[in-house]
Design a protein around this ligand. Structure first.
Ligand SMILES: Cc1cc2nc3c(=O)[nH]c(=O)nc-3n(C[C@H](O)[C@H](O)[C@H](O)COP(=O)(O)OP(=O)(O)OC[C@H]3O[C@@H](n4cnc5c(N)ncnc54)[C@H](O)[C@@H]3O)c2cc1C
Length: 357
């Protein structure tokens, strides 16, 4: 079930297959798009209101903030070409933040990161690349697939919000975090269930903090000595001034991500407690010099709890495919654990499926 990663899109299918892709994150969308290009009839199902999964942007009154993926890198040539396509379409741009590394063991706290890397973000928000990918796809949102059934060699799906589907499918591809795929597979006889149990996905608390300070004219604003920091001590792992990203509008926003360890020990803690701890840790960093006290007492925060934010040790297999059942798996947890890996995993699964027919 492991295959070498393809560099090119899948060749055309000799027969028209009817395929269900479940999950409209970047992996599912990349997979669906490549399969449509190969001639398959593809229906994507997504439980949320919109596409893009963990590449997401929260919107409030007068503000927006990327509260999942913060940025993405593009090392693989095929993914670099795809990112260039997104940039050309206005759906992504380079983000060149002033980044620091914070460690309380260091004399002055902050150091510069080792090495440099191109960081890209969706524009005007992190969902834009996903929405671009979905443009020519048939995607049904608000559709949680809660069971799969194999009957007469075809797949029947049940949607929590709408009951059983009349349409049946030749192939079903699950493009979602491993634990969620495991739930759908648990009553089926397939070796894919064991694959989903090979990884541990971890939680993350995300806090979006609105500051009353006016939007800085540019990222060189002296009020903000850095735009983002990797944090190596305390409850935080990453903080970023979301409004330093290109084409952001609205109030000044900082995004704080907690470490997986802290998030998991505080998974069920009251929100006020979680917020107080994270805001206190952020104030201690001294990155927003003008308003440390205001931060501690700020009521202008929004929290989001990610149950499956990242994978402790992603599998390096690309995707998984059960040819006998016509069932496949893709997602970041099968390759590198990031946006780039998710996109490549989706394309990889499309190539494997197309290669079977
Ligand atoms: C807090 C956080 C910070 C991150 N930071 C970065 C970063 O800086 N750089 C980076 O590259 N990556 C980062 N990531 C990881 C990145 O977001 C993921 O690697 C990538 O978005 C995963 O895409 P995916 O398609 O595999 O999964 P997802 O984006 O999780 O997509 C799965 C989709 O399936 C849907 N779904 C699940 N179950 C069902 C069902 N039963 N029926 C229908 N739909 C279903 C979900 O709603 C979701 O939309 C971060 C993630 C988080 C949460």
């Amino acid at each position: 079930m492991t295959h070498s990663l393809p560099a090119s899109p899948p060749a055309s299918l000799p027969v028209q297959l009817h395929i269900a892709v479940i999950g409209a994150g970047i992996a599912g969308l990349a997979c669906a798009q490549a399969l449509v290009a190969a001639g398959a009839l593809v229906q994507v199902f997504e439980k949320s209101r919109g596409v893009s999964g963990r590449m997401s942007t929260r919107k409030g009154e007068g503000w927006q903030c990327d509260h999942g993926a913060q940025y993405f890198t593009a090392r693989d040539p095929a993914f670099r070409a795809e990112v260039q396509r997104w940039i050309n379409a206005g759906a992504a741009a380079l983000w060149a933040p002033e980044v620091r590394v914070y460690d309380s063991a260091k004399a002055d706290g902050f150091t510069s990161p080792f090495g440099s890397v191109d960081r890209f973000v969706g524009t005007p928000g992190m969902t834009a690349p996903g929405r671009l990918l979905a443009e020519n796809l048939s995607v049904r949102c608000n559709a949680t697939v809660d069971s799969l059934q194999r009957k007469d060699g075809r797949w029947l799906l049940h949607i929590a919000e709408g009951g059983p589907l009349e349409t049946s499918f030749d192939i079903v591809l699950l493009a979602m975090p491993a634990p969620q795929a495991g739930v759908l597979l648990r009553s089926l006889e397939t070796p894919l269930l064991a694959v989903t149990q090979d990884v541990r996905m971890r939680a993350a608390w995300a806090l979006m903090l609105q500051l009353d300070a006016p939007l800085a004219a540019d990222s060189a604003d002296p009020d903000y000595p850095a735009d983002a920091a990797f944090v190596n001590s305390g409850p935080l792992r990453w903080v970023a001034r979301d409004t330093s990203k290109p084409l952001r509008a609205g109030k000044q926003i900082w995004l704080l991500h907690a470490t997986p360890q802290w998030s998991e020990t505080h998974l069920e803690a009251p929100r006020e407690e979680v917020a107080a701890d994270l805001l206190g840790a952020f104030a201690d960093l001294g990155m927003v010099t003008a308003s440390v006290e205001a931060i501690g007492s700020s009521a202008n925060w929004t929290l989001h709890r990610w149950l499956y934010a990242d994978t402790e040790q992603p599998l390096n297999r690309g995707c998984a495919w059960d040819a006998d059942a016509g069932l496949g798996l893709c997602g970041d947890w099968l390759l590198d654990g990031k946006v780039e890996g998710a996109w490549r995993s989706g394309r990889h699964l499309a190539e494997v499926v197309a290669g079977e027919f």
